[in-house]
Write a protein that binds this ligand. Structure first.
Ligand code: KG4
Ligand code: ZN
Length: 341
């Protein structure tokens, strides 16, 4: 992308946006680090070629002025693959490589578009961000731009991980989140139209709803689904839909309850919801309902909710501007699997 403007309101113009989806994990029901790394090694040169072709930039002549790369959090073998690839290009083209935090990318993704031009708007602080992905469920407070304080996090599974695991229990392939959500929505629509639960009425717990902190826990909810399934034989499509609906309701209610608490406690004026699970339609609808005019709510577009390179470009350039272009010279970037914001 083409970047311009000044901190804290830079401008961006998308020149090319490419994504490689790792379909390989579906057959194994989850992400295996070494397999994910192998896919990265194969995909990165292909994605680079696609971007250069689309933008008509010449790879022999320093096609870009800087490169942003994710150094954490995430699976370290995958992070190292990206870092090595970016640093090799940086050396070849003589351009700086900006180490970028994946979660900061998710937060800033709410201001981005995957086509055309956009800029970071004037943000009203304090901001509470709910980050919900396959690896994270966190509430983050920002009192100013690019400053973060963790308010709460999951004590076990992440929300997206719980969606994927519940899907797997019902033989729904990885990533199960979108499919569970589709089943839940169809069942919800049937109920709105006066339909009844077909065969069973599923009731699941709302974990940590009444704990005083801002933490989450989804492992118990997942186990409750497992016990429910064990009692049903055979597990029909109707059962699966009823479970999906109650499970999605339980996750969304808990996420909203704790987000509301964080917003009230810190008198937040803005709420950001991002990460893969922010693509969930029920969560989007209910969050908007929960905050109404009380706070400004931002989501990424559905395309930018899941992992993408564009959000890393935005976060990397913001950091570059904040540091006024001063980046440590010749400092090797290190992968940091559990990097915090
Ligand atoms: O942010 P992301 O692309 O990757 C990580 O950094 O983890 O998030 C992926 C997660 C997966 O667990 C996936 O099942 C979940 O986001 N997800 C959803 C939906 N779309 C993706 N979960 C619930 N409802 C959805 N519509
Ligand atoms: Zn992510």
């Amino acid at each position: 992308m083409e970047v311009g403007g000044k901190f804290p309101k830079p401008t961006f113009k998308i020149l090319s946006d490419n994504l490689a989806v790792q379909g390989i994990h579906a057959q194994f029901g989850g992400v295996f680090p070494m397999m994910a790394k192998k896919e990265h090694v194969q995909n990165l040169p292909i994605l680079l070629e696609q971007a250069l072709k689309k933008t008509k930039l010449d790879k022999k002549k320093k096609p870009v002025d800087m490169i942003a790369v994710t150094y954490g959090p995430g699976l370290e073998p995958c992070l190292w693959t990206g870092i090595t690839f970016a640093e090799d290009l940086g050396k070849k083209w003589g351009v700086p490589v900006i180490p970028t935090n994946h979660m900061e990318g998710h937060i800033l993704s709410v201001y981005a578009k995957n086509k055309g031009k956009f800029s970071i708007p004037k943000i009203e602080f304090p901001v509470v961000s709910l980050l919900v992905s396959g690896g994270h469920t966190e509430l983050i407070l920002s009192k100013e731009i690019l400053k973060y304080k963790m308010l709460g996090h999951t004590r076990d599974d992440a929300a997206g991980e719980a969606f994927d695991k519940v899907a797997r229990m019902m033989d729904i392939p990885y990533p199960g989140g979108p499919k569970i959500s589709k089943l839940a929505q169809e069942e919800r629509d049937r109920h709105i139209n006066g339909g009844k639960f077909q065969g069973i009425k599923v009731t699941l717990p709302r974990p940590m709803m009444y704990s005083k902190d801002l933490d989450f826990s989804f492992a118990g909810l997942k186990t409750a689904v497992l016990y429910t399934i064990k009692k049903i034989n055979p597990l029909t499509d109707e059962h699966k839909s009823a479970i999906a609906l109650e499970f999605e309701n339980a996750v969304v209610e808990t996420l909203i309850h704790k987000t509301k608490k964080a917003v009230e406690l810190h008198k937040a004026k803005t709420v950001i919801v991002s990460g893969g699970v922010a693509a969930n339609q029920h969560l989007r609808t209910e969050i908007k309902k929960a905050f109404g005019k009380k706070a400004k709510v931002f989501f990424p577009t559905r395309e930018l909710a899941r992992d993408n390179a564009l959000m890393i470009g935005v976060a990397g350039f913001m950091q570059y501007l904040k540091k006024k272009g001063k980046l440590p010279k010749n400092k090797k970037i290190k992968a940091c699997g559990n990097l915090k914001l």
